[in-house]
Design a protein around this ligand. Structure first.
Ligand SMILES: O=C(O)C[C@H]1C=CC(=O)O1
Length: 96
C-alpha cells in the first residue's frame, strides 16, 4: 500500500544543540535504512521549509504507523498522511 506523507519538523529552539544533532543523526540512519529496504520509496525536501514529502510502500496502516511513530523526530513533527492508489490513466507498469 502506498501512502503520501508530509512531515513538518518543529524542533524546539531551546533543545540543546548536542541533543538536536544526535536526534537528526538517528533520523538519517533510520530513514536511510527504510529507503534501502524499499519501504520508503521517495523523500523530497519542500523548498524553503523544514518539511518533506515522502512516499512509503508498506503492508498496511499498522506498519505505516509503526514506521512513523518510530521516527526519532516523531515527537517534533506534524504528519499528514494520504493513501494512494494507482491512477487508471497511469502508463508506468512498474508503479503499483
Ligand atoms: O525532513 C526531514 O529532514 C526530517 C526527516 C524525516 C526523515 C528524514 O530522513 O529526515
Amino acid at each position: 500500500m502506498l501512502f503520501h506523507v508530509r512531515m513538518d519538523v518543529r524542533i524546539p529552539h531551546d533543545l540543546p544543540s548536542k541533543e538536536t544533532a544526535e536526534i537528526i543523526a538517528r533520523e538519517k540512519a533510520y530513514s536511510q535504512e527504510l529507503q534501502r529496504s524499499g519501504k520508503w520509496r521517495h523523500i523530497w525536501r519542500i523548498a524553503g521549509e523544514y518539511a518533506n514529502y515522502s512516499v512509503l510502500d508498506v503492508n498496511d496502516n499498522v506498519e505505516l504507523h509503526e514506521i512513523l511513530s518510530g521516527l526519532p523526530l516523531f515527537k517534533f513533527m506534524d504528519i499528514e498522511v494520504t493513501p494512494l492508489l494507482r491512477h487508471p490513466n497511469a502508463i508506468r507498469e512498474d508503479d503499483t
